[in-house]
Structures are given as structure tokens and as C-alpha cells.
Design a protein around this ligand. Structure first.
Ligand code: AMP
Ligand code: MG
Length: 424
């Protein structure tokens, strides 16, 4: 009697179940702000000062009391010169201060005129010349109070949580942390991930040249993108290479990998064929939930835990087909690994876009179609959507998240997820 197939698990349910297991890892590292790109903050960054620290000029020009310039053509003596990095004196009424971008606006001044609206006049004969002397300025515009002044604290107020724990740092965040004086940051420690591929057909590029590949052999492609994606997510990766399709070898590799790793990630061998040893292997060392996920490509996916001395290691098994492996990583492993580092918002963002293609075959599963954006704004579909065709992922710049049972006609609005959001 044929066993009744397990019902397919909706992708969102699978992700919710996984995230429930992804308890953030204990421990944190202190790194210099320079080296923190891609890491996840383990602590709030709270500002001990306001940014900018004082009102300052956003132009090269002249600082004035706006009440002193009520009509174009007013002439004022230049009473001081304030460059960035220096602090001026309170502005004497009826005078202007020569001022440069970033310099503090002197007390008493309430507006800056850009130098293009001003004419520096020669000092009177016999008087000391030059800016800061008794030179005068003609002002050809009428300032309104506050113009060209960047307000103290307009970026950051003192005591504000500038970046919250759980924020993944990218270049802008590094600059922001530096702007409040932080040269070191507390970040989540890197997840330690053991990676291996299963499959007797696999050969590592470099081990055998293409013309000498034996019949049935293929190059191991999954290892390359899985490793690269893990590294981009801040993981430390130990590569356990290719594990042969044998029960004992699989168990050995799993046992070894569970030591000193937070997560074991494998590709291939995760179905229930005779040559698929992951399920019994993991079950002999811990527990495994094998899921048939209602997504295409991607169906088989496994999550489990392997018992080891002093705790457990997470296990995730990806399908062998390259595009399935790629997308299950992006949609399930990536959020999991980010959550291990304490990231709260791990769901990829999809945006509405217009299809410039036809998709006539509605599937029972939610599909992720490889597409790319056209200059005109619409989305173009890659011709071959087979789960083995990795060219589709290199050609595309994202996927359309297409619900089960939906066909697509040109002009339809679809949900697009950029690879830049899925792979970074
Ligand atoms: P499996 O999930 O082991 O049944 O493999 C499914 C398909 O993916 C087979 O055609 C395998 O040859 C292929 N495959 C498995 N692992 C890899 C890999 N690391 N690189 C490229 N193709 C793979
Ligand atoms: Mg296999």
C-alpha cells in the first residue's frame, strides 16, 4: 500500500516554526566600528550628545541678524570670520560675520546669506584690509530668520537610541554610530556553521577537468553559493566537503559537524529515496522534521536538532537541485541565521511591480519565478524555470512571489523580491 503523502506545509508556517527555534545565540563580540559592517548590534547605541552639537551654517557666506537686513543692498561691517572647527564671538548688532559651511553660527545671528547673494567690499583706504578687518559686505537679498542654518540636534538628540539592538549594520549605520562618538560596538557573535554537500555524483571544480569528468558526474555548484551566502550573513563557515551517499558516512559527518557549530547546513539527500541518508542520519543523532514545503522550486526541506555534549546543534537540510537550494536558503535559512544574531525583522520585502510576461501554468504551489527588471519598469521572465537551471538565478535580479493557482498576464501587478534583499 502506498503511504499517503504528507500535506505540503505553507512556506509562511515553515518560516514561523523555524523562527520559533532560532533563539539568539548567547555572547557578543566587541569590534571597532570600522569592522562592524554586516554585523548585528547586541546593544542599543545611545547618544551622549546632540548632532549637530551647535547650530551651524550650511553655506559659505555671511551670518547676520535678519532684523539688520530689511531691504536688498544693506551694507554691514564684517566683524569676525568663523571657519569650520572654530567658535566665533557673539555677533555685534549691525555687523555680519564671514562664515563657512559647518562653522557654528554665532550667538545673536539668526540667518546666513550665501556668498552668491553678497558682495565683499574693499576696506576703506587706510583701514586694515581683508576679511575680519574693517571690510564691509553688501547684502543683495533679504534673509528670513533661520535660513541656511542647520539646527543643533536636528539629526540626533541627546539620550536618543540612535540604533537599536538587533539592527544589522550597513555603511550608513556605521557612519551614524561614529557621528555619536562610538569607535567600538558590541555585536552578536558570528554563528558557526558547518556546511556539507551530499551526493556521489558531485565533483569539486579543480579536482577533475571538464573533459575528464566520468559519466554521471557533475560539479558541486551548491557549495559555492551556500558558502558565499553564509559569509554575507556574517557566519563563520567550516566546510566539511562532499559526503558520500552512505548512511555511516552521513552519520559520521553529522556527528563531527555538530561539535563546535551552531548550525549544520547540508544540500541534497533530503528526500526519502534509497540514496537519501540525511533523514535517518539526523534521526539517529537527534530529531528531524522533514517538511514538504508548498513552494516551487524547493519542496523538500528538513529542520532538526542534533544532540551533542552540552547542548544541541541546529540542522537544516536543503534540496539538492541548485535553484531549490538557492531559494530555500534565501527564504528560510537566511531569516533563521539573522534571527540567531538577534535581528528582529527578518522577512524579505516584496514590492508591487508590473509583469511584462505571461505565466499560463498556474501551479498548486506558491512559486518563485526568476525575473529581472527592465529599464522601462516592468519585469521580464527567464525562459526556463526548471529547478536545475541555475542560469535563471544569475540572469535574474529577483523573483516574483506568485501565489498558488495564479496565472499572470502582461500588465498584471505582481509581488517582486529583489535578490539584493534576499542575498545580503
Ligand atoms: P538530491 O536532493 O540529492 O536528490 O539531488 C537533487 C538533484 O540536485 C540531483 O540532480 C543532484 O545531482 C543535484 N545536486 C545535488 N547536490 C548538488 C550540488 N551540491 N551541486 C549541484 N547539483 C547538486
Ligand atoms: Mg543526492
Amino acid at each position: 500500500m502506498k503511504p499517503t503523502p504528507k500535506p505540503l506545509k505553507p512556506l509562511d508556517d515553515a518560516l514561523a516554526d523555524l523562527l520559533a527555534q532560532a533563539v539568539p545565540l548567547p555572547g557578543a563580540d566587541t569590534v571597532t566600528t570600522f569592522d562592524a559592517d554586516g554585523r548585528v548590534l547586541a546593544q542599543d547605541c545611545i547618544s551622549a550628545l546632540q548632532v549637530p552639537p551647535q547650530d551651524n551654517s550650511s553655506m559659505d557666506g555671511y551670518a547676520v541678524r535678519s532684523a539688520d537686513v530689511t531691504a536688498p543692498g544693506a551694507e554691514l561691517p564684517v566683524s569676525q570670520r568663523i571657519a569650520a572647527g572654530s567658535a566665533g564671538e557673539p555677533l555685534l548688532s549691525g555687523t555680519a560675520a564671514r562664515i563657512f559651511t559647518g562653522a557654528p553660527v554665532p550667538a545673536g545671528a539668526d540667518a546666513v546669506l550665501m556668498q552668491e547673494d553678497c558682495e565683499a567690499l574693499n576696506a576703506a583706504p587706510g583701514a586694515s584690509s581683508g576679511e575680519g578687518g574693517t571690510a564691509r559686505v553688501r547684502i543683495n537679498a533679504v534673509p528670513h530668520p533661520g535660513q541656511w542654518i542647520r539646527r543643533a540636534g536636528e539629526d540626533v538628540t541627546r539620550g536618543a537610541v540612535v540604533l537599536a539592538a538587533g539592527t544589522r549594520l550597513s555603511p550608513a549605520e556605521l557612519g551614524l554610530a561614529a557621528s555619536i562618538g562610538l569607535h567600538q560596538l558590541q555585536v552578536a557573535r558570528r554563528p558557526k556553521v558547518a556546511l556539507f554537500s551530499t551526493g556521489d555524483e558531485l565533483v569539486m571544480p579543480g579536482d577533475v577537468p571538464p573533459e575528464q569528468m566520468r559519466p554521471g558526474a557533475i560539479y558541486n555548484s551548491n557549495r559555492f553559493f551556500l558558502r558565499a551566502m553564509l559569509l554575507r550573513l556574517g557566519c563563520e563557515v567550516t566546510d566539511f566537503g562532499i559526503v558520500p551517499d552512505r548512511r555511516d558516512a552521513t552519520i559520521d559527518a553529522l556527528r563531527q559537524a555538530s561539535n563546535a557549530h551552531d548550525l549544520i547546513l547540508t544540500s541534497g539527500g533530503v528526500s526519502v529515496g534509497e540514496e537519501d541518508h540525511i533523514k535517518p542520519g539526523v534521526e539517529s543523532l537527534g530529531r528531524l522534521d522533514l517538511w514538504q514545503i508548498a513552494m516551487k522550486p524547493g519542496k523538500p526541506f528538513a529542520y532538526g536538532q542534533i544532540l551533542r555534549e552540552g547542548g544541541t546543534a541546529h540542522f537544516m537540510g536543503l534540496p539538492g537541485n541548485p535553484v531549490s537550494s538557492f531559494l530555500t536558503f534565501a527564504l528560510l535559512v537566511r531569516p533563521f541565521v539573522l534571527r540567531l544574531q538577534g535581528v528582529r525583522d527578518v522577512a524579505p520585502k516584496s514590492i508591487a511591480a508590473t509583469a511584462d510576461f505571461t505565466w499560463a501554468r498556474a501551479d498548486k504551489r506558491r512559486e518563485f519565478l526568476r525575473v529581472r527588471r527592465r529599464e522601462q519598469g516592468g519585469l521580464e521572465l527567464f525562459g526556463n524555470q526548471s529547478s536545475g537551471v541555475l542560469t535563471s538565478a544569475a540572469w535574474g535580479d529577483g523573483v516574483v512571489d506568485n501565489p498558488a493557482g495564479r496565472t499572470i498576464a502582461p500588465g498584471d501587478t505582481v509581488q517582486y523580491i529583489a535578490f539584493s534583499d534576499l542575498l545580503s
